[in-house]
Design a protein around this ligand. Sequence first.
Ligand code: IPE
Ligand code: IPE
Ligand code: MG
Length: 246
Amino acid sequence: MSTANSTMPKHVAIIMDGNGRWAQNRGLPRAAGHQAGFQTTRDIVESCARRRIDALTLFAFSSENWGRPEQEVGLLMDLFLRGLKSEVSKLNENNVCVTFIGERTAFSDKLQSEMLTAESTTENNTGLQLNIAVNYGGRWDIVEAAKKLALSVKQGDLEPDDISIEKFSSAVSLTNVSDPDLFIRTGGEKRISNYLLWQLAYTELYFTDVLYPDFSDDDLENALTFYAGRQRRFGKTGEQVADKHA
Ligand code: IPE
Ligand code: IPE
Ligand code: MG
């Protein structure tokens, strides 16, 4: 485990929260907030690519968000479908590699096929790794990993005693990137809301009151400045970490 205190995060994970309140504050329907949030996402992806951040993981739809009014869920699905169709070629031009995490079989065939198209179109790109969490839940992720490992045991490929942190880490989502260095939640709530429970074990957590549609490049800069000021100790003492050879 590295104790290096690089000033730039390699991997940023964001909970994009506050779209509904942004719209309500303006007397607009929640849909307008989601639409505005979509624009923010385009800008943030571009900002992260420009800053040469390796990976960005966005929470777009949680496994619990199905519990929202049917109309809002439908609208989010529409926006998602339209967004994928309209953005993939630009993402591809910008060398962004897109992948999705979450239980995607719950989505319409059309949406699943657009997700596959986005992934296959961009799979050889070497720029920003963009992971989009859809119908994702941290507990679901851990349970799925447990199922995979249990199956390996059942098939005789793995001994129960050989189940380790490393084995578990390679069975949960996001094996294509290192764990997030910086977590950002917009919208003022200070909670994880069942996001990357396993992967956030040692992530630096940054919370801002800014509602997601208002989250700008300057706000991202503030989060990066917060990150640059942290000393990541991973359980060691500050002195050990300050001395690179400890
Ligand atoms: C986040 O914004 C977007 C999704 C969950 C899809 P919200 O819609 O949760 O906005 P608030 O929290 O109600 O303001
Ligand atoms: C978390 O936001 C999920 C996404 C941003 C996709 P929520 O708005 O669903 O979280 P809670 O309900 O406030 O915890
Ligand atoms: Mg919310």
